[in-house]
Design a protein around this ligand. Structure first.
Ligand SMILES: [Ca+2]
Ligand SMILES: [Ca+2]
Ligand SMILES: [Ca+2]
Length: 311
């Protein structure tokens, strides 16, 4: 039998392991002073900025020589030749380049690539970094890979949900972590947000989980959500692929297969103009809802997604 001492030693070991890890899809670079992640799937600049933000980081810019070197190293290690977006942009005011942290370009060490900047066709409000570290102004619309950066000089505390975000809480009844998002988004953006957090839009798999969702909703009264939107519903992880009524979870199961298929009385009603996305009422029962309108939403995450098993 495991002695109390052994248990304590193991526990301390585990806590030490968890401390100091931001997320396991990011790597720590001491010289750069933070955590970095190369995002290989090209995105336009706005999407790139948003994804880093939703992951709790910022679209990386070569703010100093060490960070620039770290960004170049990530590109090199990946064999990336096309260059990456930086967080330097002038989308607020053409020609006034700042990083997303608000650092003006003149304060960022940089060398323009040959012939740059040229603001080609008067459409180049974003800055990319080439393999050799030189920069060029480019259109924000053409997708490029990019790097996200989480500045941190200290060790970060990771909670039992594998994140530094204190809003994620584990519910032992289901074994899942949940976060209620009070800032409303469309279903697609809600999906992106949950994914960026290492989870997904929540799926109810049992009566118990319906109760859990109802309780989470109760902790978020309408007054806790600023803004003018309908606060009695929240997006969830199911939809009907635009097929008008045959709802499937984002894991591809029917609601019955997933373990819970109860809609609130009168729902699904596919209200005028069409409701193809899944949601839940405060009573813990489902609703079909307009995908393009913005509502609160609930993410569900396994405690060990983003877990660091390789180091
Ligand atoms: Ca250019
Ligand atoms: Ca679930
Ligand atoms: Ca409805």
């Amino acid at each position: 039998m495991m002695s109390t001492l052994t248990f304590l030693v193991l526990l301390i070991g585990l806590v030490t392991l968890l401390e100091g890890k931001y997320r396991c899809d990011y790597t720590y670079d001491a010289a750069a002073g933070g955590y970095l992640k190369l995002q290989r799937i090209p995105a336009n600049w706005r999407e790139a900025r948003l994804r880093c933000h939703l992951e709790g980081s910022k679209l990386a810019s070569p703010l100093n020589a060490d960070l620039s070197a770290a960004m170049r190293r990530l590109m090199k290690e990946d064999g990336m030749k096309c260059g990456i977006f930086t967080g330097i942009h002038s989308t607020f005011s053409r020609g006034d380049f700042h990083s997303v942290e608000g650092v003006p370009l003149p304060n960022i060490p940089h060398k323009w690539a040959e012939g740059e900047p040229d603001n080609y066709n008067d459409k180049e409000s974003c800055i990319m970094m080439l393999e050799n570290g030189d920069i060029a102004d480019v259109t924000c619309e053409e997708p490029l890979p990019y790097v996200c950066f989480k500045k941190s000089s200290k060790r970060l505390h990771v909670n039992g949900c594998g994140l530094t975000d204190p809003e994620y809480a584990l519910d032992i009844r289901t074994g899942s972590c949940y976060k209620f998002h009070r800032v409303p988004r469309t279903w697609s953006r809600a999906f992106m947000t949950c994914t960026a957090e290492g989870g997904q839009l929540a799926i109810i798999n049992s009566e118990t989980e319906s109760t859990v969702i109802k309780e989470i909703f109760a902790k978020n009264p309408p007054a806790s959500m600023p803004g003018n939107f309908w606060k009695e519903v929240a997006f969830m992880g199911f939809h009907d692929w635009g097929e008008h009524g045959e709802f499937l979870t984002i894991e591809g199961d029917t609601l019955t297969e997933a373990g819970f298929a109860k809609f609130s009385p009168g729902e699904p009603n596919n209200a005028t103009t069409g409701e193809f996305c899944g949601a839940v009422y405060r009573n813990g029962m489902y609703d079909d809802l307009w995908c393009e309108n913005k509502y609160a939403f609930i993410c569900e995450k396994s405690p060990d997604s983003l877990a660091c098993d390789d180091d």
